[in-house]
Design a protein around this ligand. Sequence first.
Ligand SMILES: [Zn+2]
Length: 121
Amino acid sequence: MEQPTSEDAVHRGRALVLADLAADDVAGPEEVSLLEEAVSHRRWWCGQWPPGAPYVPGLLAQDMQDALLARRGRWPLCPVCAADDPHALDVEPELGEDPHWVCGRTGQVVAAVGSLVRARR
Ligand SMILES: [Zn+2]
């Protein structure tokens, strides 16, 4: 049986990443189905390694970056850098709690994962 904390983390991560996809208008049926695939993989992953539960939100964000890169390009684009030099934000920490979107070029923290909409206003 799965521990409630793992399932909580998976649900929380799903909600955070979905909010960020919606912030960029990339929460259509195809993207949501990619997210569900990532969620089900991370649910399994958490079952294998329950102490990793706090890392699930940041990992799901990175899973979606990878999934979208293969299908539609870089996500999410950095709002800090010039428009003629678009690049994707990085998730930091890659494996840790309290993940944030960070510009890898300037080091600027753009938003917490789940709060990307604040950087898009
Ligand atoms: Zn940047």
